[in-house]
Design a protein around this ligand. Structure first.
Ligand code: IMP
Length: 435
């Protein structure tokens, strides 16, 4: 399997609105690399990995945690809810897996007042809110930038923790109660004791991960960076303000892990064969009819984190072009092709019409995005894959895929000027082929 990763450094990122199947692609490579690193986001993410009959759902742990070879790293750019982390670690241990995990001491900690603030903010932002997962993501990153955040390493230093918590707690408490009239009354002391205890529970995992990764990089070890969310949720390049609060383009792998990657990288953008989105924003290719309904049911498109039904749409090449450009993708991994099986025709959005003008690249203006009308090309569909077909594809590879599926993939390649390198057509780890 080693030939699957020709480069030492691989970055896997989402090219749409998250939920593209990044966990599956990361897991596919995880036994061929030495490190799997998460570099941004928190437990707003949801990764599902299926190995044999076992299904694993992670929110904060890297998908590489199931690897027998790789060490998993939660990098400095991640925001950590220690309670959720401890829960996921315990579940893994109960299922017989001993997690090989290291957590950056520089990663910021999600505190109870962040979750409260998320709820208060969403109400305040109303129709300009993103429809947050409610996990405290925007407030924790805001506190980091305000420079009164709590870091994982602080949980091990009782005096420093108290000193910092007093500042952060008072700030958030005042805004919550005086500005938003939000009922937040957990006393500081309770939070202090609870988080000190979490620190002790995760102590053995906390490390100087930036130093370790730098050494690993120098020694030529293989490192895979696992992105969360997706391009259109990026606070700089996505559909601001309807996105999340951490950058998820590939370049952020270096910032969020603390290692300068001065080398050639393999950058895999993961795209679903269609698009889904949870939360609020313009969604140009949205399908609100029975076709969207069918895709949602066939693809089990319900949020891993919140259980919300995902909005569904046709593949959007304007969005993918931006992903290729902003992350410097070297290849695309297209997932969930099986979900579109048996549809007579499949549409692909190649450009938008905005104020009577054709647009091939994603505009920055939210107003323009609200007005965008999709222009579609219609391609031929492919039959539902039978068990026999799947076995043949597994043994013969890409050439055994239905011809019309290959045409679909080759059409995407031409339109976005990026090769398709990986094709996934089922939930299981084995249902993925290299092109
Ligand atoms: P937040 O990251 O919880 O603040 O949510 C901001 C926006 O990002 C909302 O529209 C969420 O639905 C979306 N979002 C955050 N994480 C994910 C994810 O892992 N998959 C899909 N959407 C996400």
């Amino acid at each position: 399997m080693d030939h699957l990763v020709p480069d030492k450094i691989t970055v896997v990122v989402g090219t749409q609105w998250g939920d593209e199947g990044k966990g599956k692609i990361t897991d596919f490579f995880a036994n061929d690399v030495d490190y799997v690193v998460r570099f941004h986001g928190g437990n707003n993410a949801g990764h599902t990995v299926k190995v044999g009959n076992e299904i694993y759902k992670f929110h904060i742990l890297p998908s590489g945690i199931l690897s027998s070879r790789a060490v998993s790293i939660i990098g400095n750019g991640v925001v950590v809810n220690p309670k959720v982390l401890i829960g996921e670690l315990e579940e893994l241990k109960e299922r017989g897996i001993n997690p090989r995990l290291k957590i950056s001491q520089r990663a910021h900690v999600i505190m109870p007042y962040h979750e409260a603030m998320d709820a208060a903010l969403s109400g305040h932002q109303a129709h300009l809110a993103a429809g947050s997962t409610g996990r405290g993501i925007a407030p924790v990153y805001a506190d980091k930038m305000y420079r009164h955040g709590i870091r994982v390493g602080d949980l091990l230093e009782p005096e420093l923790l108290r000193e910092k918590l007093e500042k952060a707690y008072n700030f958030n408490h005042q805004i919550l109660t005086a500005v938003f009239k939000y009922d937040f009354n957990t006393p500081l002391e309770i939070i202090y004791q609870e988080y000190l205890a979490y620190g002790q529970e995760i102590k053995s995992y906390i490390d100087d991960t930036e130093l370790e990764l730098a050494q690993a990089f120098r020694n030529g070890h293989k490192i895979l960076f696992e992105g969360a969310q997706g391009l259109s949720l990026d606070p700089d390049h996505g559909m601001y303000p309807h996105g999340t609060s951490s950058n998820n383009v590939a370049g952020y792998a270096e910032v969020g892990s603390g290692v300068g990657l001065n080398c050639r990288k393999r950058i895999i953008g993961v795209a679903k064969a269609y698009v889904s989105r949870v939360g609020t924003s313009p969604f140009t290719t949205e399908l609100t009819d029975s076709v969207g309904e069918l895709i949602r049911e066939n693809g089990s498109e319900y949020g891993t984190t919140t259980g919300r039904p995902r909005r569904i749409g046709w593949l959007d090449l304007v969005q993918l072009r931006q992903a290729v450009r902003t992350s410097g993708l070297t290849e695309l991994a297209v997932t969930k092709l099986d979900v579109l099986g048996d549809m007579p025709e499949i549409k692909v959005c190649t450009s938008y019409k905005i104020d009577n003008q054709w647009v091939n690249e994603m505009p920055a203006s939210l107003d323009k995005m609200r007005k965008a009308v999709p222009h579609y090309e219609t391609l031929r569909g492919w039959p539902k894959l039978t068990d026999n077909d799947i076995e043949t594809i597994k043994s013969e590879g890409y050439s055994a895929l239905p011809r019309t599926m290959q045409e679909y993939l080759e059409y995407i390649e031409r339109q976005i000027d990026c090769p398709v390198g990986i094709v996934s057509f089922g939930k299981d780890r084995s249902e993925t082929v290299i092109k």
